[in-house]
Design a protein around this ligand. Structure first.
Ligand SMILES: *[C@@H]1O[C@H](CO)[C@@H](O)[C@H](O)[C@H]1NC(C)=O
Ligand SMILES: *[C@@H]1O[C@H](CO)[C@@H](O)[C@H](O)[C@H]1NC(C)=O
Ligand SMILES: *[C@@H]1O[C@H](CO)[C@@H](O)[C@H](O)[C@H]1NC(C)=O
Ligand SMILES: *[C@@H]1O[C@H](CO)[C@@H](O)[C@H](O)[C@H]1NC(C)=O
Length: 393
C-alpha cells in the first residue's frame, strides 16, 4: 500500500496560509495541514478572503486519507497466529511460577533511592528507556526532553523523569543531559544497536523492560511509562481515570475506555502500584513463554481477554487517542492533545524525520493566535517517512 501522495499535488499548499501568520521557515508542507473543509473555509475567510477558492480547491483535490485496516488487525488479534499454549493458565489460587528468584532489592541497590529522589509527592515517576541509537545528540532522546520544555504545563514534569539505559553509551549520554539515569545492565545481550521490530535483541529488550517495571511497582511507585519517541504537549494527569489500575494508550481506540477491542500500544501507560498491578505484571511477563516471538505489546493484546486478569481484580482503562495519539491514529484536536507517538513507523531515520515534523507542527500551533487555535482547523503533516501501511501487512 502506497504512502499518502499529498506531496505530488501541484497546487500551492497550506504553507501559503501558514506564511500569512509569519511561519515561513517551514519546508513545503502537505495539504493535510487543514483537515476539515468547513473549518478551512472559515479560517481562510477570517484571514484572507482570496484564499477561499484556493483552499477549497486544495481540499477537494486531496487524496483520501490512508486508512488502517483495523478490522483486519482486530481479526488477527482474535485469531493470533500463535503456537499452542505452552504453559498452563495460572491455578485458581493465582500462584505463578516465580519469574526470577532474585530478591529485587538485591538486584538494584540504588534503584530505591533514585526513585525516591525523582518521585512526585504522590509517589509517581515518569519512566522511559534508552539505547545507544536513540541517545546520540539530536536523536530521539533530545526531541523527547525538548518536548517537555515546549509543552503546556510539562516543563515541571521533567524533574520526575527517570531514564533507564540499556547500555553504557546510553547511560553516559543520559548522565550528560539528565539528573536521573539508571543502568539496566544485562549480561549477554547487546542492546546498543538500533532495534527493528521482532529481532531477538528487540524482544529481549522489551521483556527486560517489562520485568523492570514490575519491580518499580513492587517498590511502591506509580509510574507513567513513556517511550522516548513520544512527544509530550500537555500534562497527561487530567485525563487519567481515578479508578484505573492499568491505563494504556492505543494504536486504535474504539471510543470506549473499557472495551477490550481497543488495540493497546505499550509505549505509553500509567500504572498504579498495588497488588492487582504487580500481580498483572508478573502474569504478563510470564505470558511471554506462551507466545514466543511476540513482544510485550502483542502479548498484552492477547492476554487482556484472559479470565485471570478479571480474577485478580485489575481495572484496565484504554486511553483515548484524542489525548494520547500517534501516527497510527493521530489526535484530531491540537487543543486537547497530550502526547503524540511515532508509532506505525519502522526505522530510526524515518522516525526522526517524522518526529521533527511533529515538533514543527506543535511549534506552529503554539505560535497561532488564540482565535485561530479555536477554529481547530490545524492538523498533522505526518506520516511522511513513517508508514501506516506497515500495520496492514
Ligand atoms: C501526582 O502529582 C502530580 C504532580 O503534583 C499531579 O499532577 C498528579 O495529578 C498527581 N497524581 C494523582 C493521581 O493524584
Ligand atoms: C463500553 O464497553 C464495555 C465493555 O465492552 C461495555 O460493557 C459498555 O456498555 C460500553 N459502554 C458504552 C457506552 O458503549
Ligand atoms: C496486598 O495484599 C496484602 C495481603 O493480601 C496486603 O497486606 C497488602 O496491604 C496489599 N498491598 C497493597 C499495596 O494493596
Ligand atoms: C523522507 O522522505 C523524503 C521524501 O519521500 C525523502 O526525500 C527523504 O530522504 C526521507 N528521509 C528519510 C530520513 O528517510
Amino acid at each position: 500500500m502506497a504512502r499518502p501522495s499529498r506531496q505530488t499535488l501541484g497546487l500551492p499548499s497550506a504553507t501559503s496560509l501558514r506564511r500569512l501568520h509569519g511561519h515561513s521557515q517551514l519546508a513545503p508542507s502537505p495539504v493535510s495541514a487543514f483537515r476539515k473543509s468547513g473549518a478551512v473555509l472559515l479560517l481562510a475567510a477570517a484571514v484572507a478572503l482570496p484564499c477561499v477558492v484556493l483552499y477549497r480547491a486544495v481540499v477537494s483535490n486531496a487524496p483520501p486519507p490512508v486508512q488502517i485496516d483495523w478490522d483486519r488487525r482486530l481479526w488477527r488479534e482474535w485469531d493470533p497466529p500463535s503456537p499452542p499454549v505452552l504453559v498452563p493458565e495460572p491455578e485458581e489460587d493465582g500462584v505463578l511460577n516465580p519469574i526470577s528468584a532474585d530478591d529485587p532489592d538485591c538486584d538494584y541497590p540504588q534503584l530505591g533511592q533514585l526513585l525516591q529522589e525523582a518521585s512526585m509527592d504522590n509517589k509517581t515517576v515518569i519512566l522511559t528507556t534508552l539505547n545507544a541509537a536513540w541517545a546520540t545528540p539530536g536523536s530521539v532522546i533530545d526531541l523527547f526532553i525538548d518536548s517537555f520544555r515546549r509543552g503546556i504545563g510539562t516543563s515541571s514534569l521533567v524533574k520526575h523523569l527517570v531514564i533507564i539505559s540499556f547500555d553504557g553509551k546510553a547511560y553516559k549520554r543520559c548522565a550528560e543531559i539528565h539528573p536521573y539515569c539508571f543502568a539496566l545492565v544485562t549480561d549477554n545481550v547487546d542492546f546498543s544497536q538500533e532495534k527493528r521490530f521482532l529481532t531477538a535483541g528487540y524482544l529481549e529488550m522489551m521483556w527486560r523492560r517489562l520485568d523492570f517495571l514490575r519491580l518499580v511497582l513492587e517498590k511502591g511507585y506509580n509510574f507513567i511509562f513513556s517511550d522516548a519517541d513520544i512527544i509530550w504537549f500537555r500534562s497527561p494527569f487530567p485525563h487519567f481515570y481515578p479508578d484505573g489500575d492499568f491505563q494504556i494508550a492505543c494504536d486504535h481506540y474504539v471510543g470506549n475506555a473499557t472495551d477490550l477491542r481497543n488495540i493497546a500500544n505499550g509505549g505509553f501507560n500509567y500504572v498504579k502500584s498495588n497488588n492487582q498491578s504487580t500481580e498483572f505484571y508478573k502474569f504478563w511477563y510470564s505470558s511471554r513463554l506462551r507466545y514466543p516471538g511476540y513482544h510485550d505489546q502483542d502479548v498484552f493484546n492477547f492476554i487482556k481477554h484472559a479470565p485471570y486478569v478479571t480474577d485478580i481484580g485489575l481495572t484496565i482503562k484504554f486511553l483515548s487517542t484524542t489525548y494520547f495519539g500517534g501516527i497510527c491514529e493521530p489526535s484530531g484536536d491540537f487543543n486537547e492533545v497530550c502526547t503524540m507517538h511515532a508509532n506505525c513507523c519502522v526505522g530510526l531515520q524515518s522516525k526522526l524525520h517524522d518526529l521533527r515534523i511533529i515538533m514543527e507542527d506543535w511549534r506552529d500551533y503554539m505560535s497561532m493566535p488564540p482565535s485561530l487555535k479555536e477554529f481547530g482547523a490545524f492538523s498533522w503533516r505526518v506520516p511522511q517517512n513513517c508508514s501506516l501501511s506497515l500495520l496492514n501487512q
